[in-house]
Design a protein around this ligand. Sequence first.
Ligand code: ADP
Length: 567
Amino acid sequence: MAAATVDGSALAGRALAAAGARYMFGVVGIPVTSLASRAAAAGVRFLAFRNEQSAGYAAAAYGFLTGTPGLLLTVSGPGCVHGLAGLSHATANAWPLLMVSGSCDQADAGRGDFQELDQIAATKPFVKLAVKATTIADIPRLVFQALAATVSGRPGGCYLDIPSDVLHQTLTESEAADLIAAATAASNPSPPKHKSLDEGIEKAADLLRRAERPLVVIGKGAAYARAEEAIRKLVDTTGIPFLPTPMGKGVVPDSHPLSATAARSLAIGQCDVALVVGARLNWLLHFGEPPKWSKDVKFILVDVCEEEIELRKPHVGIVGDAKRVIELINREIKDNPFCLARSHPWVEAITKKAKDNVLKMEAQLAKDVVPFNFLTPLRIIRDAILAEGSPAPVVVSEGANTMDVGRAVLVQNEPRTRLDAGTWGTMGVGLGYCIAAAVAEPKRLVVAVEGDSGFGFSAMEVETLVRYQLPVVVIVFNNNGVYGGDRRGPDEITGPYKDDPAPTSFVPAAGYHKMMEAFGGKGYLVETPDELKSALSESFRARKPAVINCIIDPYAGAESGRMQHKN
Ligand code: ADP
């Protein structure tokens, strides 16, 4: 009897499972359909999407939420190109993702084969590593190598190309087992050798101790590193106020009395020493420069990426894992402890400013404005989310005004419970994020607060939500378009196409909830506080896919959110 054979698809599926992969997001088709089902048979659950772009955003978010590589599977050529969206987004955000694509037959490359593309060249600008299996025996080794590369150093995207002929090659069961065993053995690296951090740790602790107006800035790299306990301890023992970046929110609870979120301008404008953990001094942090920051501020940067420290040239740079570094700083401080009292002028200034701003905001939030502005529905959503308690829902947020106002109103008291447009300000991430969050965090409800424009990019994935029956409630802030529809002045409504809809406007009062109903999920149309409250309460309780179409006054909110100066 002929020995049973294993083809490239099955070998890839088994290698992914052996390397610890649990989920794969993607779209099947030639030549990877079998790879998806083989991987599933080997224990890697395949989540089938309607578009690779959304699947890629799912894989990116999965990488952030779990600290393990998100997997994206695409077909060749156009599928690979669609996948670049998620691949580049993951790299931009420093999240681990491995994209695996089938590619055309090697023998036909260069002759115009079906969906032919030089996929290594196409992916290279967006990845840390792009490799191609040229024969079946390469597959296990490259799977392990590429997965490891996604999480080493600064996390990011990697690419594995498997040509169609390689997927169809075969070898025997025992050859397959040997190759996987060899790849597994080779992938057990000796523990990383850490450079001595002593000098940096001492300097950092000393600088914080001597600072008059210290601040801890918490980035999403700290959330990724699961540094929450260490950072919480640092804040609690030293009494130093902290400021999270959007996805750093929740590493220390927003409800913590030392949160400087509501006193952001004061905190960054006046701090004299800033310990920045897992955040780049990029546009989101105003490049660490005046006028937003004081020109004399001394930065202590903690980042896993040495190039990042070299780029920013901080007063003290510590290359290392955020959790480990903050634990070491805590240990250093323990030997010679210090703590800013709540009556310390700096702490008092921050807490007072934060309290004043919160009170002002609460006064606005307390009003029931109908037709809805952004604040009224966001308050109702915030309260419904908080009422869920722990484990807190994962909040997905995108859109201009919806995301900006939402960041200020929605509360994160647990780490990694906020997913938004991120470093690139990527729109279209919403539904992919929701699906990733639902599978990565099965105990948490997922609540997406989406602008109607942001939702539109990936709206077809509501079918995916229904197909897998995921506990995701999507609230669409429907204000008839980008920024609120037609906001053109008379000088812009001229010329031969003046009767066309404005570039920013959509069909008014679009029935987004009906899209969900079309697939058998639950849809709600809401225009008043009571309708919204009742839709939230029912859908949160049901833990089934739902879309709440929330009608917003198109004249509420600003163009480009708070980025108007760049538009
Ligand atoms: P944010 O958007 O929250 O400001 P960024 O994406 O700009 O955050 O920065 C995240 C930083 O965290 C990146 O520079 C990345 O290299 C870094 N990082 C990733 N993982 C770790 C880790 N385990 N420890 C420390 N830093 C990390």
